[in-house]
Design a protein around this ligand. Structure first.
Ligand code: SF4
Ligand code: SF4
Length: 365
């Protein structure tokens, strides 16, 4: 299992056997739960580093024969060796539990849990099972549901159904900033099924169904794009009426990109600030300035306003679907870095965190 550093402290290795029959069962009766969510729900014992309290339960469809796609950076890619149920995803393990127990535990944590998210995978059963799970959640849970869509297996009418069955928000994981990188890492370059145009069409159509600011787009920083390419992608997503949720690329052991380096901290910090400015309509990518290698040298707003953004620290926190406030309920603790070198902060930054990100923002390698 890939769990390189102590993001969360596991006090015991055992998982409650009454709740868990993992490895052998499939969705919709079973779902994988992110380790952080499983800890929050009391299904796995452990403590969060710096009390990185979670407000979103992230669940993932599970099938013994796994995801059919082959995305080069993903821990669930079909060509990665090992049993699907033992594979990590965005750095952490995802133990499987009965869906009915996840609902029960989520209701017991009503005060803390402000959202639940169903992540689809590329599998012939995934669409119908997501409909069934969504209807179950809409009927039985207190909180809104997000769906992380797999456009490759969806038609426009399916997006309509997600809305009809009670989804509050949907997200498309474009992940790559450019069509070339997308094709190399998710499409023909890895003999994968995904297509750039299909993903963008799903993003457009989703905004027409769910409305402005009710659709997200996952983007992974550091797959080989320049800062300028990523920032213009974020602007394009914003022009569609959606907002971007950033991840710093992190090597998933055993994936095709397990030796690809993580991007420099300065690159991620500048993209975080630019995303904040674009997604909250303070400026546009067209008004920003870049050096010859595509690095940001001017954010298109007065320096004092950039300084204010840095001081508040919000731009550096995990971005995702909101909870009761605009701050992301989905804080994915340490999903893109170790807790010793945090990229997306799952909690409010303290003075020493602010000093660190300010320094990193000015690092040009
Ligand atoms: S479709 Fe999603 S889960 Fe499947 S390999 Fe690609 S990124 Fe991973
Ligand atoms: S940001 Fe979080 S809650 Fe929203 S779709 Fe992505 S994983 Fe789900």
């Amino acid at each position: 299992m890939n769990y390189p550093e102590t993001a969360m402290t596991i006090q015991e290795t055992s998982i409650d056997e009454n709740l868990n029959n993992y490895a052998a069962e499939n969705s919709p009766e079973y779902l994988k739960v992110s380790l952080a969510a499983a800890m929050t729900l009391g299904m796995v014992p452990g403590l969060f580093y710096r009390n990185a309290c979670l407000h979103c339960v992230n669940v993932l469809l599970t099938y013994n024969d796994g995801c059919r796609a082959n995305c080069a950076y993903c821990g669930l890619q079909k060509s990665r060796e090992g049993n699907y149920n033992d594979k990590s995803f965005i750095r952490v393990d995802w133990p499987a539990f009965k869906t009915e127990n996840i609902i029960k535990r989520t209701l017991e944590k009503k005060d803390v849990i402000h959202r639940i998210c169903i992540s689809m995978i590329t599998h012939e059963k995934a669409k119908e099972d997501t409909f069934a799970i969504l209807r179950n959640f809409s009927k039985n849970l207190h909180c809104p549901t997000s769906i992380l869509l797999t456009p490759t297996i969806l038609k426009h009418s399916d997006i309509d159904k997600f809305k009809e069955y009670g989804a509050d928000m949907v997200t498309v994981a474009l992940d790559c900033a450019t069509p070339e990188l997308f094709d190399e890492y998710r499409g023909t370059g890895v003999k994968g099924p995904h297509k750039w145009d299909k993903y963008n069409d799903t993003l457009d159509y989703s905004v027409s169904v769910f409305g402005k600011n009710k659709v997200g787009c996952h983007l992974v920083v550091g797959l080989g794009e320049t800062e300028k390419e990523m920032i213009f992608r974020i602007q394009d997503v914003r022009n569609k009426g959606a907002r971007s949720h950033l991840f710093s690329f992190y090597q998933e052991k055993g994936s095709k990109l397990d030796s690809h380096p993580q991007c420099p901290a300065g690159q991620f910090r500048r993209v975080q600030v630019a995303r904040h400015i674009i997604d909250y309509d303070m400026s546009h990518a067209e008004d920003m300035e870049f050096d010859n290698s595509g690095k940001v040298i001017d954010f298109g707003i007065p320096f004092k306003d950039v300084a204010k953004i840095v001081e508040t620290g919000t731009a550096f926190r995990t971005t995702g679907c909101p909870g009761k406030s605009e701050i992301s309920a989905c804080n994915r603790p340490f999903g893109d870095s170790s807790p010793r070198n945090i990229r997306s902060f799952p909690f409010e930054l303290n003075a020493s965190d602010i000093a660190r990100v300010r320094k990193e923002l000015l690092e040009y390698e």
